[in-house]
Design a protein around this ligand. Structure first.
Ligand code: WTA
Length: 633
């Protein structure tokens, strides 16, 4: 399944374009199916309707667990490093992980879970999170993992949208010196969620929690019940290739986050194939992905992709800067990590602490590095290359999205020549195309445009949960017969791709996707706010910061307090990750005569680029621009 040389990559790529069905069929044959497909691919991007491996049945957990047991049952699947370095780490072999997944799958069944049910997971980065995810997949329940940085309101929105009937959570979680009372946040969310019949609570932080009779049960008690029943095995549910595997909510330019739906067969094939190739994973290698399972990176490249390939994955509960900024490097040294996959924002943050924290750390085990989540600036790329990779680890800059399921444009470690800041070339099976505003293809090299994909790949989203029309209008109507990514992109003279960032109203703050409309809605909920406009601005560590222009006549001179109240409101409505970094009070927003906010102007002001604001003559009240410019933070 791995391409080993650049020629092999080119051959694989050509085949994937000329004979996509044969190409993916051969890849799919490397996986374990209960029944093989009747048809490899059926598709159109109009409705859209995309089906891979129709007629096939499988269970992804048999590929991630059972099939490794005979030869590699004692291979570590997960090495878990706790938040507190003085606490013991844990190792789960494939055999142990298999048993725990089966056990918890039986817990889910005992608590009424069935195939097709939606289950919300809100947990810390502990092995039980991976176990919960896989246990859902084992019984054919659809997981909807919500990242720990989201508020009760955001959780409630997601639970209601997916009509979940069970929540899996923990009493609390540790993040550096902070403790987050997860169960208490869930309790607040559930006030709005009558569909939830059961809450399963893992013990982690021993934070006091209120356990509601008849609804809430302890994870540990439920496991004991299963043990006394002697229920260790749990047969894997037979799933159709196109049955739903999970829902993951993500932000777009309008409205509430949408539930991106991935299905069992194609997603399994795609994450396994891309993981194996991009990182050129070899048996025995230790792979450390610093993402949280609450994001797509954790789903695809902590859980499913690596486990389907029998890899050993390091999972980390804490944060890169606690107890100090050397924590990642301690973990690399401790477990002799070979492959480190992290985000530009983490790299920039660690860079800012200077190179002293690197002194005495043995990073010699590293052979491959990876980056994801946002464009990596050249300075960070070089630091990563020189200080962490010592100039001899390829940097795999993986461009992809929640919607794509897996890597799309990425170097293949040791095979593709890398270039700082470039995601480089499309992986086999991926057909990128650049288009101009009118949807006309921009051909040739040395060009810039909007990035689209013109042919389906097995890992792509199938729909947005409960609202297929939204999927169509968000991704498939901007340009006819193309999937539109929302990203701008440059293709240089060598045909190498460099992602330049979002071209829609989506911000990328520390690698987290945040819709400006969502933040505006949250700000506008504050009682003294009339209206607001949110844009991004360049931020040294976060990549982008959140800049809010707020009309609030009622602030009564107490700006500082109002500012804090607004931040609190955003935390409450979305979560701490969406908090504005800057709030500028203004008397009005620049609007066109038809009432549209001219974000272009606000973006320039936020970026500190006020020299040339372009044409402001169409504005309703051009004077407002002067005022905003003068008050810029
Ligand atoms: C951005 C994360 C440049 C991009 C996997 C995309 C990147 C959005 C890269 C998706 C990269 C992700 N280089 N930009 N290597 N990786 N992005 O859904 O703007 O959280 O559209 O998926 O992150 O974010 P998401």
């Amino acid at each position: 399944m791995q391409v080993k040389t650049f020629e092999e990559y080119q051959q694989a790529y050509t085949k994937s374009v000329e004979q996509p069905e044969q190409f993916w069929e051969e890849i799919a044959n490397h996986f374990q199916w209960k029944k093989k497909w009747d048809k490899v691919l059926e598709w159109n991007f109009k409705e859209p309707n995309v089906k891979w491996f129709q007629g096939a049945t499988l269970n992804i957990t048999e590929n991630c667990l059972d099939r490794h047991l005979e030869k590699n049952g004692d291979t570590p699947a997960i090495i878990w490093e706790p938040n507190d370095p003085t606490e013991d780490h844990r190792v789960l072999t494939y055999k142990q992980l298999h048993d725990k997944v089966c056990q918890f799958a039986n817990v889910l069944k005992n608590n009424g879970a069935k195939k097709g049910d939606r289950i919300c997971i809100y947990m810390p980065m502990v092995p039980e999170l991976a176990i919960a995810v896989l246990a859902c997949a084992r019984i054919g329940a659809v997981h909807s993992v919500v990242f720990g940085g989201f508020s009760a309101q955001s959780i409630a929105d997601r639970i209601k949208d997916a009509e979940c009937n069970i929540v899996i959570t923990a009493d609390g979680s540790y993040r550096g010196t902070k403790e987050v009372p997860l169960k208490s946040v869930i309790d607040d969310a559930l006030v709005q969620c009558p569909s939830i019949k059961r809450v399963i609570v893992l013990t982690r932080s021993r934070t006091p929690v209120s356990m509601i009779k008849g609804r809430d049960v302890w994870w540990e008690d439920e496991i004991k019940k299963v043990e006394t029943q002697g229920n260790v095995e749990c047969p894997a549910e037979e799933m159709d290739a196109e049955d739903m595997l999970f829902i993951l909510y993500t932000s777009g330019s309008t409205g509430k986050p949408k539930g991106v739906v991935h299905t069992c067969g194609g997603y399994m094939v795609y994450t396994g194939y891309t993981f194996s190739n991009a990182f050129q994973y070899q048996p025995g290698e230790i792979y450390f992905c610093t993402a949280d399972i609450g994001w797509i990176t954790g789903h695809s490249y902590i859980a499913y992709g690596p486990l389907s390939q029998g890899a050993t994955v390091v999972m980390f509960e804490g944060i890169p800067t606690w107890p100090n900024a050397g924590r990642f490097w301690d973990i690399v040294e401790k477990f002799k990590v070979n492959i480190l996959y992290t985000a530009p924002t983490a790299i920039r943050s660690l860079m800012s602490f200077g190179d002293d924290v690197l002194k005495g750390k043995d990073l010699s085990s590293l052979t491959k590095l990876g980056s994801v989540g946002e464009p990596i600036n050249e300075e960070a790329w070089h630091w990563f290359d020189e200080k962490i990779g010592h100039g001899n680890c390829p940097i795999v800059d993986t461009w992809w999205q929640t919607e794509t399921g897996g890597f799309m444009i990425s170097p293949i470690a040791g095979v593709t020549k890398t270039k700082p800041g470039y995601a480089s070339l499309p992986l086999p099976g991926v057909q990128p195309i650049l288009v101009d505003e009118n949807g006309k293809e921009i051909e040739g090299n040395g060009v810039n445009g909007n990035l689209c994909i013109k042919f389906p790949w097995p890992g792509m989203l199938r729909t947005t949960y409960g609202d297929h029309e939204r999927c169509r209008t968000t991704y498939f109507t901007a340009y006819e017969n193309l999937y539109f990514t929302g990203d701008g992109c440059l293709r240089d003279e060598d045909g190498y791709y460099r992602i330049t960032g979002r071209v829609d109203d989506v911000l990328n703050v520390s690698g987290h996707r945040i819709g400006t409309a969502e933040v505006e809605n949250a700000i506008n909920m504050h009682s003294s706010v009339v209206e607001s406009a949110v844009v991004g601005y360049p931020h040294d560590i976060k990549g982008q910061g959140v800049y809010a222009f707020v009309v609030s006549p009622g602030k009564h001179g107490n700006e500082e307090l109002t500012r804090k109240d607004i931040i609190m409101t955003v935390s409450r409505i979305i979560g701490p990750i969406a908090k504005p970094d800057k709030i500028q009070f203004v008397t009005g927003l620049p609007k066109t005569r038809s009432g549209k906010i001219m974000r272009r102007i606000l973006r320039k002001i936020a970026e500190g680029d006020t020299g040339n604001l372009g044409d402001t003559s169409t504005l309703l009240d051009p004077a407002v621009v002067e005022e905003i410019k003068n008050g810029a933070l």
